[in-house]
Design a protein around this ligand. Sequence first.
Ligand code: TRP
Ligand code: ZN
Length: 469
Amino acid sequence: MRSTKRQAAVLLATLMGALACGPSDGAARPAERLSAQAGAPGIGDADFPLDGNGGYDVSHYALKLGYTPAGRRLDGVATIQATAKQSLTRFNLDLKGFKVSEVSVDGAAATFSRAGHELTVAPAAPLRQGSAFTVKVAYAGVPQPVVDSSNLGRYGFIPTPDGAFVACEPNGARTWFPGNDHPADKATFDFEITVPKGVTALANGELTGKPRTSGGKTTFTWREAHPMTTYLATATVGKFRLRQGTTPGGIRNLAAVDPKFAGSLDKLYKLSAEITDHWGTVFGRYPFSSTGGVVDDFSAGYALENQTKPLYGGFEPGADIIAHELAHQWFGNSLSIKRWKDLWLNEGFATYAEWLWAEHKGTGTADASFKSFYERPANDSIWAYPPGRARPDDLFNESVYSRGAMTLHALRGAIGDETFFELLKTWTSEHQYGSVTTEQFVALAERMSGKQLDALFDAWLFQPKRPTL
Ligand code: TRP
Ligand code: ZN
């Protein structure tokens, strides 16, 4: 209802604009035409105005990378397939640091310039709206991770003694490849990563062939054939112990651990299998072609849900955090957010999955988890921070996780178990591999329950105080 009205208003404004200007005076509006032809430097997320870019949509990244841990040097050639959403005289890619040696568009040399993390590319001839094009960027240098002032510390491509720990949420993909670095533009990925013999390069998806060794170097080729956001891409490099196989439910499974964590390999392998299979029964069939996990010796103290290969930083993961990162394969990875303020759709759901895992194992109930948070005093910071509007300066606030999960528990109480679990499955199937917003989730919950849920969602997601029960 509301969105239909908005569409009508937009249509009306467009019609009025057309009538006022008059379509016949072709010489008019040169300024407007020019601005319409340069791709915007941001994708349109008001909280992160320069993240991602406008004017085109990426469908595929082919990343050819060479990395030498000793010199921390990364050499890359990124071949990016995209479609112009408007006519383009130039467009931007996000890339932080590096020396760019060459850029071409459809095989013809393009001019380019750098300003901060914006790499602006001007093709030899403008691109027509709707046309498919290929950009190739050659670059090299020492990756510079992002240093976050709030609670993430460093993220992006982080060198380690034996390789690199690569975890990029929210906008660290630009620290190792040029792209449209915002979750609203998803694409498939091919990786060809060459590293010194004896170390392993682990990227998303599956190996497309046997690793090839020659001249003291080994090349690994990986493919993620399902759409992926840039922040979920990884090329984690190091010495690893591997265990490979298939889950009882039939999904390929790969666990990899730094030798320092050799004792946790089998546990990681088995828990990843069990949890992936279990979530398949609760959230709907597993959306990707393989599952697993990677434990590296970089003591991040956190984990990231890298697509098909969650990455655990410097600790032996237990079932809770594995349940969390694997739940993200549905919530965050298959279904991705269109804008960062909706982050609770990722973190609230993954946290709720931890509560569901305890419920499944009989070690606790979601209700007990809910209550332990609800008991927090009225002046606790989770009540001051409305989780439905994640703030750019404090994106990963605890409220987005725990009050986000409480929102789902309150919803479950209001609509009943049967509708709630049907809703989770419908949500993941209707938007599989797509992009979502909070409004869409609220609308689906109302549609499936037949209930008016505005007040519930408003109190839990948008008010800076503890909701009443
Ligand atoms: N999404 C992660 C989680 O669910 C948290 C996270 C955000 C993170 N950015 C990161 C972890 C960067 C590692 C690196 O727990
Ligand atoms: Zn999470």
